[in-house]
Design a protein around this ligand. Structure first.
Ligand SMILES: [Zn+2]
Length: 280
């Protein structure tokens, strides 16, 4: 069995065939977490998870890129992002649904900040946006402690700030835990998160980027797998829409790097996901 710990089956990429994508995953012994990125997609994640008796869970949270209005144009997908103000009570209520396994995705994203229409963002505005991202992240961190859920954290070009915030908050909330999703930094950074009781998870990036040999070094109980679908489709399906069954290719690649069987990777990542998200 595998658990795709980060999927966006709530996104419009699946509006025509969502149920068959989910059934295909479940029939192939793959459970999944549907992750929200703003209030609408968080509500949809909870609604979808409730349509399945078992194996489908939800995470609710406000992604840092949705704090401002802008247009993202990456290789794989185009979308317009409308600004959303974080509403603690609304998210907290949603988080209390029995299918909700985590608060996420929340975090810091300084990448999209630097890489969008640069001329329109003054240095001062950039500092303001970063500050707002940190404040909203801290509010959601506290909400996660309030509802006793782990966090799914997105971090792009902001590990230094994130680690500093987590270190500071951990002294007040020693039981806080979670995962740094789509982790693609290095062993040294990974170890800093392990020391803070956080896990990391790997996407299809490991199948088509180089430089992941350090995956050999990380302890068995510190990592999970995810697709981040519809994005980041692993080899051998590059160019197609991603989906949870493809999480097996990520497990295979990690097995290859670590020199163990794919069954072993499936077993330990499933155990880690069940432990972190308290899944049955
Ligand atoms: Zn995501």
């Amino acid at each position: 069995m595998l658990i795709d710990t980060h999927s966006h089956l709530n996104f419009s990429a699946y509006s025509n065939d969502r149920d068959s994508v989910i059934r295909r995953a479940l029939e192939n012994n793959t459970q999944l977490i549907i992750v929200g990125s703003q209030i609408t997609t968080s509500e949809r994640a909870v609604k979808i998870a409730n349509q399945y008796e078992k194996g489908v869970y939800a995470a609710v949270g406000l992604h840092p890129i949705h704090l401002q209005e802008f247009h993202i144009d990456e290789n794989e997908i185009k979308f317009n992002s409308r600004a959303e103000k974080f509403n603690y009570d609304k998210y907290k209520k949603l988080a209390q649904d029995k299918k909700v396994a985590a608060i996420g995705e929340i975090g810091l994203d300084y990448f999209h900040l630097k890489n969008r229409h640069k001329e329109e963002v003054s240095d001062e505005r950039e500092r303001e946006i970063k500050k707002e991202q940190r404040e909203v992240f801290i509010q959601q961190f506290k909400m996660a402690q309030d509802v006793n859920l782990p966090m799914i954290i997105h971090c792009r070009d902001a590990h230094e700030d994130l680690i500093e915030i987590l270190r500071r908050l951990k002294s007040d909330y020693p039981r806080a835990s979670g995962v740094i999703h789509c982790f693609n930094k290095d062993l040294e950074t990974a170890r800093k998160y392990f020391d803070l009781d956080f896990l990391i998870s790997f996407t299809g990036l490991v199948t088509f980027l180089k430089g992941y040999e350090w995956i050999k070094e990380i302890p068995d109980d510190k990592f999970m797998v995810e697709t981040d679908c519809p994005y980041l489709t692993p080899i051998p399906h590059r160019g197609e829409r991603n989906e949870p069954v493809y999480v097996k290719y990520i497990a295979q690649k990690i097995a290859e790097i670590r020199g163990v069987s794919v069954e072993k990777i499936a077993e330990i990542t499933t155990q880690n996901a069940k432990g972190l998200f308290k899944l049955p």
